[in-house]
Each structure stands twice: as structure tokens, then as C-alpha cells.
Write a protein that binds this ligand. Structure first.
Ligand code: SF4
Length: 403
């Protein structure tokens, strides 16, 4: 399958062809320019090369083409908040601080009224999305989540509920003795608007076994998203790195997502995530991704996932500086203003807990892009007034400042 969009009048990035020759990537560059789908081997070579500027420039080219005419420099964000109604989880994934005893000692489960009060704080700030995920908690059954969705919809109908990872859907189905489709239909009836992408981790079974991941194998994750798409829900997809995975594991993970997207088409955005180790015992046995690795996850996903419209630079994990640089490596979404994020910060992330809209727009403009406020399903709400800044510093210098 081709990359879909006809070859436009986009000019090739200056100097990339020559760089690609130097780094042996010319054949891949030609495929990108002519809209051919990349192979597993192509993606592995993009990960293996030291020529980071060329990988970034190719991904930037692919991003601009995918964006469509007039939107080449658009970078999206959403005014949202995260809600985690419970941090208690019956699973024990080794990379997750929700599973550690200290976090369990602080376990909480909110009542429907508490969730509603939190939603009210967001509503007062004008948010238009709640991203709600939580642990697998037997005290939180399907009726509890239906009550939450109904209560939020009744009181704040303007807020889109993006909620429940595929892992939570699988858990609720098992808890209630229902099919995935029955669970999803009941949640949609109660007010579910779309699904986030969390819980994919890395699909490779050997890595999952080392990390004690017993939930939702890759094919089940894909099946649940496929069912959601068939019901008209949009969803996102993720990949977690820094848990002992290889380059091949990452590429195969993306290829499974690409295959599902060919079938069901409802993924909006791919989000590469990195593991934070605080409260876990895995740090000594895994390799922490470098900044270059994280930029390659963004760039390779943009190039390999030719059927995903958006790639996210999740600033809460990457940190603001690296997220800004990731915009020149194929990302076109900075996620949201967030409100209060708990999961990554429970595991030691030192990024700010929230970014105001104005600050978000300034960061995007300072990276050379046009900030655009979107809703959950990528309808444009407003194009920011702030003009994209002209970036004159060569990419090699920008990279050496951060790598
Ligand atoms: S990663 Fe998800 S399923 Fe695993 S322990 Fe953490 S919250 Fe539970």
C-alpha cells in the first residue's frame, strides 16, 4: 500500500538526499519521497543509523505530506485534564509504580461524586476533554464506570470522555462475564467518547514475560481496538520503551499496529512512551532510552506508521525541551494541558504537572510550528495567534545541545 497522499509540491528537505547517500539511507529516502510503504528492514536500518538529522528530516517530510495542504506546520494540542479514579491494581507489571507496595499503601478509590468534583475543577478551567484511566480494581466494576460517565455527561456535556485502555476493557469484560463488545457498547451508551492508547506496552511475548505482564497480549489489545473502531470510536495506540526491548521488538510492535489500522482504521495517534523507574526494580536489568533513542521512536513511527494521521510528542514524559525537538522529528501533537497527571509522576517524572494553554502555544511557536487547539477527534477549535518562530540554528547544533 502506498502512503496515500499523492506526491505534492513539497520540496525534498534541503541536503537530505546527500546526507542519505552518506549514511546509506538513499533507497529509504527515495521510498519516502515517492510514497512507498517502508518495510521491517527499512525501519530497523533507520533505528541502527547514526545519522539522526537525516532520519529526522525524512520524518519531517512525511509529517508535512500527511498534514495536507496549508497545515504543514500545524502542531496540535488539547485543553484537557487527566483523571485516575483509582490507583489500586490487581496486576503486578514490574515497570509500573502502581504495582509497588509504597504506591499500594497510598491506594485510593474515588467515589462517583469525587470524580465529578474533579471534573468540575476542569470544567471551570474550560477543558474540553477528560482522559480517564486507572488500575484494575475489583471495587470498580462496570456499573461504577457507567455511573461516572453518566454523571459527567449530565453535568458537563461539553466535555469529551476519552477513557479506558484496552487493558481495562479486557478486565471489565472478565469481571462481568461479558464480551469486549458488550462492555464497550454499555460504556458508549453511558457517554464514552473515545479510547486512549495505553496498555500496549511492547507486544513481544518474551519481554512481557520478563516484565511479568500478564494482561492483554498484543492480539487482544488489537482486537479490542478493532471492535471499538467498528462501533465508531476513535482510539490511540502506544508503545512503551526502556523495559528491555530490542529494536526489532519496537519495529514489530509498530507493524502489528499498522496491520490493525489497515483493517479497522480508527487509530488517530501513535504515542511512544518511555518507562520511568522510580518505585520499580527493573532499572539494573534494562537500558534506559537515550534522547536519541526517543527521537528515533518518534521519527521511525512517523515513517513506518504511514496510516496513522498523528504522532505525539508526549511532553509529560519526554520533558518540554525534547518534546519541542521531537516536533522536527515527525511529531505533530504535543498532547494536552493535562491538569494533574499522576501515573508518570508516581514513577518519578520531573516534568511540570500542567502547562497552561498560552505556554503550550508559546512552546510550539518557539519550535517553529503553528499551534492549533483541537478537540479529541482532531477537529480544529482555534489556530493560535502566535506566529511560528524562524529557527535558524542548524539541526546538528540543536541536537548536540540536547544529546
Ligand atoms: S501497568 Fe496497568 S495493569 Fe500493569 S500494574 Fe500498572 S496499572 Fe496495573
Amino acid at each position: 500500500m502506498s502512503m496515500g497522499a499523492p506526491m505534492s509540491s513539497l520540496s525534498k528537505p534541503a541536503g537530505v538526499s546527500e546526507l542519505a547517500v552518506d549514511s546509506g539511507l538513499q533507497d529509504i529516502a527515495e521510498k519516502v519521497y515517492t510514497g512507498q510503504r517502508l518495510t521491517r528492514e527499512d525501519a530497523i536500518r533507520l533505528y541502527q543509523t547514526n545519522d539522526l538529522p537525516t532520519v529526522g528530516a525524512l520524518a519531517e517530510y512525511a509529517r508535512r505530506r500527511s498534514a495536507g495542504a496549508g497545515k504543514e506546520r500545524y502542531v496540535y494540542y488539547i485543553h484537557n485534564m487527566h483523571l485516575n479514579p483509582t490507583n489500586f491494581c490487581v496486576e503486578t507489571c514490574r515497570f509500573c509504580s502502581y504495582a509497588n507496595p509504597a504506591e499500594r499503601g497510598r491506594a485510593y478509590t474515588w467515589s462517583v461524586d469525587q470524580v465529578l468534583a474533579e471534573a468540575g475543577r476542569g470544567a471551570a478551567l474550560g477543558i474540553n476533554e477528560i482522559h480517564m484511566v486507572g488500575g484494575l480494581n475489583p471495587a470498580c466494576d462496570l456499573a461504577y464506570y457507567e455511573d461516572i460517565l453518566r454523571a459527567v455527561r449530565a453535568k458537563y456535556p461539553q466535555i469529551h470522555m476519552k477513557a479506558f485502555t484496552a487493558v481495562e476493557i479486557e478486565y471489565l469484560a472478565n469481571l462481568e462475564g461479558l464480551t469486549y463488545e458488550e462492555v464497550l457498547k454499555r460504556l458508549v451508551d453511558a457517554g464514552l467518547g473515545s479510547m486512549p492508547g495505553g496498555g500496549a506496552e511492547i507486544f513481544d511475548e518474551e519481554v512481557r514475560s520478563r516484565m511479568a505482564v500478564k494482561k492483554t497480549p498484543g492480539p487482544v489489545y488489537l482486537e479490542i481496538h478493532g471492535i471499538a473502531h467498528s462501533l465508531g470510536l476513535k482510539s490511540n495506540a502506544t508503545m512503551l520503551t526502556g523495559i528491555g526491548e530490542s529494536i526489532e521488538n519496537k519495529v514489530d510492535h509498530m507493524l502489528m499496529l499498522r496491520g490493525q489500522q489497515d483493517l479497522s482504521g480508527g487509530f488517530q495517534c501513535f504515542i511512544p512512551l518511555k518507562c520511568y523507574y522510580e518505585g520499580t526494580d527493573i532499572e539494573a536489568e534494562v537500558q534506559e532510552p537515550t534522547a536519541a533513542d526517543l527521537l528515533k521512536d518518534v521519527a521511525v513511527s512517523r515513517l513506518l506508521l504511514d496510516n496513522f494521521p498523528h504522532i505525539k510528542a508526549y511532553w509529560i514524559q519526554l520533558g518540554v525541551e525534547l518534546a519541542q525537538l521531537a516536533l522536527s522529528f515527525g511529531a505533530d501533537d504535543m498532547d494536552g494541558t493535562i491538569g494533574e497527571e499522576k501515573i508518570t509522576h508516581a514513577a518519578g517524572a520531573k516534568t511540570p504537572l500542567q502547562l497552561a494553554k498560552e505556554r503550550m502555544e508559546e512552546l510550539i511557536a518557539n519550535s517553529g510550528y503553528q499551534a492549533v487547539e483541537r478537540d479529541t477527534i482532531y477537529n480544529i477549535k482555534a489556530v493560535a495567534q502566535s506566529e511560528p518562530r524562524l529557527i535558524e540554528t542548524p539541526m546538528s547544533e540543536r541536537l548536540s545541545a540536547i544529546l
